[in-house]
Design a protein around this ligand. Structure first.
Ligand code: SAM
Length: 244
């Protein structure tokens, strides 16, 4: 781990660079990205320190990863930001023992971590912590659907996409043609103060390949169940269930 005093120095440097008058747009973007990553790093370091105190909760057999504010009762909720039970950067590893978990649920998280390094590590970590016969449910924005609707020039679909996903955003003036919606789907939240961007997109073929490549025996479509999943994710998402 980097010394926290070094991280504080780096933060101070970034604040100074960002406030200088002649900073370029490109350098400012890169500095903001680094500032966001530093916040995640600080969360991770603090969360790791607190892990020992949470030992009892580790008896849980059900885990949610990247649930954000959609915290699930009866689950161990792991996320890089509060209010999770365990604040931890899942790009590192899953802080659980081998073959101890029955069920892992994760939606609208995978597209936020880098492919191939972190994504491949994440799915193999899921496989490692699941018991034999355990299941992993993964939900992502449906890349194939978006591309089909782009080819079809489906205006009703795109109007719905804007109203469901982007109506409260400041970027509405930048949606001018169909390809902008494809780009927002792929690069969503780039250079956003709060959210992390989408880094990769998925279809069933890719999910199946990814999951089987780390050992999962079967991969199929999962029927949306809002007793677990966030109801606002039902539209235009792809959910799969993989069994170890
Ligand atoms: C788009 S939100 C989805 C939240 C929730 N699953 C839902 O569908 O409403 C993505 C979540 O992934 C979490 N996340 C992103 N990168 C992470 C990482 N490296 N480790 C753990 N959680 C991460 C974010 O903090 C955020 O809560």
């Amino acid at each position: 781990m980097a010394k926290m005093s070094k991280i504080r120095d780096l933060k101070d440097v970034l604040i100074k660079v960002l406030s200088s008058r002649d900073i370029t747009h490109g350098l400012a973007r890169a500095c903001r990205r680094l500032q966001k990553e530093i916040v995640l790093y600080e969360n991770h370091v603090k969360g790791k320190d607190e892990l020992a105190k949470l030992e009892l909760k580790f008896q849980t057999r059900k885990v949610q990863i990247g649930g954000g504010s959609h915290v699930l009762a009866g689950y161990l909720n792991i996320d890089i930001c509060p209010p999770a039970d365990v604040v931890f950067d899942i790009r590192e590893y899953i802080p659980l023992q081998d073959s101890t978990v029955d069920h892992i649920f994760s939606e609208h998280f995978l597209e936020h971590i880098d492919y191939p390094v972190s994504v491949k590590k994440f799915v193999s970590e899921c496989y490692r912590v699941l018991k034999q016969g355990g299941e992993l449910i993964l939900g992502v924005p449906d890349g194939e659907l978006i591309l089909n609707k782009y080819v079809e020039r489906d205006v009703d679909f795109y109007k719905k996409m804007i109203s469901k996903w982007y109506s409260k955003r400041s970027c509405l003036g930048d949606f001018n043609t169909y390809i902008d919606l494809v780009n927002y789907h792929f690069r969503d939240q780039d250079d956003d103060d709060i959210y992390t961007p989408h880094l990769w997109t998925y279809d069933f073929e890719k999910m199946e390949f990814l999951l089987k490549s780390v050992g999962f025996k079967t991969v199929g479509l999962w029927n949306f169940d809002e007793t677990i999943a966030n109801p606002k994710r039902e539209w235009a998402s792809l959910y799969v269930i993989a069994k170890k």
